[in-house]
Write a protein that binds this ligand. Structure first.
Ligand code: SAM
Length: 279
């Protein structure tokens, strides 16, 4: 496992310093790596996508647990030390390293070897929320996730209606999956120490996202309403067809944070049916 001393050695011997722009805070606490691997329920033969393996702290934990890991790292300068650290698992075929930007990756060939993937990652904080929401919407074989994110982002992802942190990410994630916080991560487990607090988020995709509306019908409505969070829905969604609030049993005077996922789904369904058939 990679300790603080070993990470410093690796950075020095490859003449590297962590990039702030790429969110490079490396895990240097083997106990935290164990906790993440256990929380993810990764074992022999689990197919895992790791986003941003860095120097391989988590990659080693995942491979040692028996997972088959595809690790996607954007920083070409980290690839040589990553290959050095994980040589045993590259040699035995358990690990594949892809040097690419996850925001621009063609995922289909990467995910073609399994029908069910776990995502396990200490995510670069600046892309965590859009990445999670995009992949949930676009890659149905990513079924289980344990990701480390900035505390505020994690709290928004798992929030329920009525809470201060409930917003666009909470509703959009809930459309696809159930999510919960799975522990706090102190800044001391990273090198360098980040200035923000981190949490683990566990996300489990619903087996069948058979909602009474399509995601593309719900998402614009949610974005519009939360875009004017303090306004009543009858104002923020003033273009809503007549009768839609009533048909969905939603008070037009409600504010967006009061609506549960089920409410949003009903409202989106009512909007669509009235748009298709204004009678
Ligand atoms: N997993 C390692 C660990 O826990 O020690 C490193 C985690 S570090 C927080 C985030 C990693 O994501 C860095 O290695 C960084 O270079 C990589 N990264 C940042 N943006 C990326 C992107 N768009 N695509 C792929 N990797 C990215």
């Amino acid at each position: 496992m990679l300790t603080r001393t070993r990470i410093r050695e690796l950075l020095d011997s490859h003449d590297l310093s962590p990039s702030r722009a790429l969110g490079q805070n490396f895990l240097c606490d083997p106990a935290m790596v164990d906790k993440i691997v256990r929380t993810a329920g990764v074992g022999e033969g689990t197919s895992v996508v790791e986003i941003g393996p860095g120097l391989g702290s988590l990659t080693l934990g995942l491979c040692r647990a028996g997972a088959r890991v595809t690790a996607i790292e954007v920083d070409k300068y980290l690839i040589p030390p990553l290959r050095e650290v994980t040589a045993e698992f590259l040699d035995n075929g358990q690990l594949t390293i892809v040097n690419a930007d996850v925001m621009e990756l063609d995922w289909d060939p990467v995910l073609a070897t399994s029908q069910q993937w776990s995502v396990v990652a200490n995510l670069p904080y600046n892309i965590a929320t859009p990445l999670i929401l995009d992949l949930l919407a676009e890659q149905p074989t990513l079924t289980q996730w344990v990701v480390m994110v900035q505390r505020e982002a994690g709290e928004r992802l798992v929030a329920d209606s009525g809470s201060r942190t409930y917003g666009i990410p909470s509703v959009l994630l809930a459309f696809w999956a159930e999510a919960r916080l799975a522990g706090s991560v102190p800044a001391e487990v990273f090198l360098p120490r980040p200035n923000v607090e981190s949490v683990l988020v566990k996300i489990v995709r619903r087996p069948d996202s058979a909602m009474a509306c399509e995601f593309d019908e719900l998402a614009p409505l949610v974005r519009r309403a939360f875009g004017q969070r303090r306004k009543m829905l009858r104002r923020s969604l003033s273009a809503t067809p007549a009768g839609a609030f009533e048909a969905a049993s939603i008070e037009p005077t409600a504010r967006p944070e009061e609506l549960s996922l089920e409410d949003w789904v009903r409202l989106a369904g009512a909007v669509v049916s009235r748009t298709d058939d204004p009678q």
